[in-house]
Design a protein around this ligand. Structure first.
Ligand code: NAD
Ligand code: UFG
Length: 334
């Protein structure tokens, strides 16, 4: 297929583009590079041994989108969004504009071109504080921050759009905690500034870029008191997008899928796994809880297993080992 990937220069998008190219799809990326670099796209092409088409542009700009759609597109994979939970509380309007506004403009451009298939990056954040874990797709949806609100609103808008015509298909992928990197270490997650998320923070402490990890709370009702999450290797996530595009091509309608391993790890378990993978110590301090965090969030991935034929294959050792390889290369290139 000819695939348009919005946000394809970003962390998850770049790994997915490698997999799509390897599988023989033709790929156009539209990205405004607000949180990424064109170097990632050079590396995607090196790793896949094939080239892609890059349109530097903004999904809120219809002319940029129309350029991206030139030549015919069979399906869209939509990653482009702002994603920092804390920042979304300080600048909610920027999040509403970029994420919701961008998604509306994207759907308008798709409709104008007769493009009927959409795969959307949603998040486990749409479950808020769940009543039960592991969470199933039919659990109540709630939001705890403006970023989460944008994901929930975008899911609703896509579902309503999809219901307007029988030929439309949309796959809403609710990622749990994506981590790790391409096994080559050539692409990965290298956040600008202080990392918001646990794995990149741990990697930066291990490599010596930061002194100590702050563990946000050890008084949760979990076995060691620290928060439990369902970490998922980004290469497994890339594979899920390949399967989701195939599913969208074969089925009309809108379906949501959890993407996770189904297995949770605490903060301290993840730190130990990273120490084992890297051979480095990760010094840490226990500090107070971070506002908005939940004790435990894990996926019930059985719908994606059964319907998409997708299973997470990489364990925590590979997630940490690949993140470590990428982190070392990133520092060596500085
Ligand atoms: P990322 O920031 O690395 O990638 C997003 C990409 O979109 C970036 O390259 C950025 O430059 C681009 N972009 C943003 N706004 C744009 C716009 N208006 N026009 C064009 N390009 C734009 O983030 P990521 O971690 O790869 O996340 C990808 C998607 O997955 C996002 O929608 C995010 O909300 C979602 N998600 C991520 C996580 C996670 O933990 N990383 C978890 C759940 C869901
Ligand atoms: N944590 C620390 N120290 C840190 C960073 C995180 O102890 O420096 C802890 C958190 O308290 C949490 C766990 O590590 O218990 C994981 O935190 P992350 O920030 O890595 O991930 P979250 O589960 O908080 O957030 C992720 C995505 C969000 C999404 C959210 C809800 O990054 O985009 O899941 O599904 F909104």
């Amino acid at each position: 297929m000819n695939l348009l990937v919005t946000g394809g220069a970003g962390y998850i998008g770049s790994h997915t583009c490698v997999r799509l190219l390897e599988a023989g799809h033709d790929v156009t990326v539209i990205d405004n590079l607000c949180n990424s670099s064109p170097i990632a796209l050079e590396r995607v092409q090196e790793l896949a041994g094939r080239s892609l088409r890059f349109v530097q542009g903004d999904i809120r700009n219809r002319a940029d989108l129309d350029k991206a759609f030139e030549g015919g597109i069979d399906a869209v994979i939509h990653f482009a969004a702002l994603k920092a939970v804390g920042e979304s509380g300080e600048q909610p309007l920027a999040y509403f504009d970029n994420n919701i506004g961008g998604t509306i403009t994207l759907m308008q451009a798709m409709e104008a071109r007769g493009v009927t298939r959409l795969v959307f990056s949603s998040s486990a954040t749409v479950y808020g504080q769940p009543d039960h874990v592991p969470v199933k797709e039919d659990a109540p949806l709630r939001v705890t921050n403006p970023y989460g609100r944008t994901k929930l609103v975008m899911e609703d808008l896509i579902r309503d759009w999809c219901a307007s015509r029988p030929q439309l298909s949309a796959v809403l992928l609710r990622y749990f905690n994506p981590v790790g990197a391409h096994p080559s270490g050539r692409i990965g997650e290298d956040p600008r500034g202080v990392p918001n998320n646990l794995m990149p923070y741990v990697a930066q402490v291990a490599v010596g870029r930061r002194e100590r990890l702050q563990v946000f709370g050890n008084d949760y009702p979990t076995p060691d008191g620290t928060g439990i999450r369902d970490y998922l290797h980004v290469m497994d996530l890339a594979e899920a997008h390949l399967k989701a595009v195939g599913y969208a091509a074969a089925h009309a309608g809108c379906e949501a899928f959890n993407l996770g391993t189904g297995r949770g790890y605490s903060v301290l378990e993840l730190v130990r796994a990273f120490e084992a993978a890297s051979g480095r110590a990760v010094p840490l301090d226990i500090v107070g809880r971070r506002a908005g965090d939940v004790a435990e969030l894990t996926a019930d991935p059985r719908k994606a297993n059964a319907v998409l034929g997708w299973h997470a294959e990489h364990g925590i050792a590979a997630m940490c080992g690949d993140a470590w390889r990428f982190q070392q290369q990133a520092v060596a290139e500085e």
